[in-house]
Design a protein around this ligand. Sequence first.
Ligand code: GDP
Ligand code: MG
Ligand code: ZN
Length: 314
Amino acid sequence: MINIKTRISGVYGNRYKVILENEEISVMTAKHLEETLAVGDYVILDENGDIAKALPRKNEMVRRAAGKTPKEQIMAANIDHAFIVTSMNEEFNPRRLERYMAFLEMQNIAYYLVLTKEDLCEDVEFYMAQAKQLGFSDNVILTSSVTGIGLDEIAGLTGAGKTSVFIGSSGVGKSSIINYLMGGNVQAVSEISQMGDKGRHTTTHRELFVLPNGGAIIDTPGMREIQFWSGADTINVFDDIDVLAEGCKFRDCSHDKEPGCAVKEAIERGQMPAERLKSYNKLKREAKNAEMRSALKDKRKMKGRGWSYPPYNP
Ligand SMILES: Nc1nc2c(ncn2[C@@H]2O[C@H](COP(=O)(O)OP(=O)(O)O)[C@@H](O)[C@H]2O)c(=O)[nH]1
Ligand SMILES: [Mg+2]
Ligand SMILES: [Zn+2]
C-alpha cells in the first residue's frame, strides 16, 4: 500500500478535492471509511487513489447547518486562526461581529479583525472606534486591495505551517485578499463559473488554497450568519459588560429590570449601545442552548455504546 498524505481542499457530496504537489485532484473515500471529512482534514490515500484514512484533527470549526433540524457542519479542520473580514461601509455590523467573535472564542480559535476597502472609506476612525468598542485592540488590520495597504501584514500571519480561515459576508473582499496572497493566481482564487454540460450554469468553490509561502488559507464562501453548534455557559467577548456588572446591586443581576443595575446605567449614560446588551443576552441564550443540545447528544451516543454517562449539570 502506498501511503500518500494529503489535505482535503473541497467537499462535494461524496467526492473530495485533495491537494497533491500543488495540483488539485478529485478523489473518493475507500469503502470502509466512515468518518465525516471536512476541508482542512489530513488524509492518507491508498493505491487506488481513494481516501483510506483520516488523520486525527488538531481542532475544528463547527457551526449548526442551515435548516430546521439540528445538524452539525464542520466548516474547517486543523486551523490556526481566523480572519474576520468586514468592509468599512454599510456592511459593517457590530452585532454580526459579536456573533463571529463569540463563535470563535467558544471554539478556542484565535482571530483577527480585517477592515477592508480602506481606499473607499472616509471615516476610518469611526470604524476603528467601533472595533475598539467590540473589544479589539492590536488585532485589527486595515486593508485595501486597491492600494495594497495591510496586505503584507496579513501575509506575515499566514506563513508555512499555518492554516488561516477567512470568515465574512460575500462582497467584503475576501477573495481579493486571497488573490494577493496567492501571488495573483487569479484563476485559482476566483470562484470558477462554468457552463455545465447540460447548459446549466454551475459554480464551483475551491475552499482551501496552499500559498506560495507554504501557508494554507480556507475561504468560507457566502458566510453571512453563523449559528452555534457547540456552546458554553459564558461568552467571553463582552468584557465591558462583565466589568460593569460588578457594580450591579445584585450579584445575579440579569441587567433587565433590577434596580441598581450598573449595565443599564451605562447604557442610559450613552457609554454603551443598548443593542450590545441585547446581543449579549441573545448570544448567551443561544450558546447555552447549543451547549445543552450537544451535551444531550453526547449522552445519547455514550448510552448507545453501553457506557454510563457522566452527570449533566446545566
Ligand atoms: N475599492 C475596493 N474594492 C474592493 C476591495 N476589496 C474588494 N473590492 C471589490 O469588492 C468586490 C467583492 O470582492 P471579493 O474579493 O470578491 O469579495 P468576497 O466576496 O468577500 O470574496 C469586488 O468587486 C472587488 O473588486 C478594496 O479594498 N477596495
Ligand atoms: Mg469570495
Ligand atoms: Zn445589572
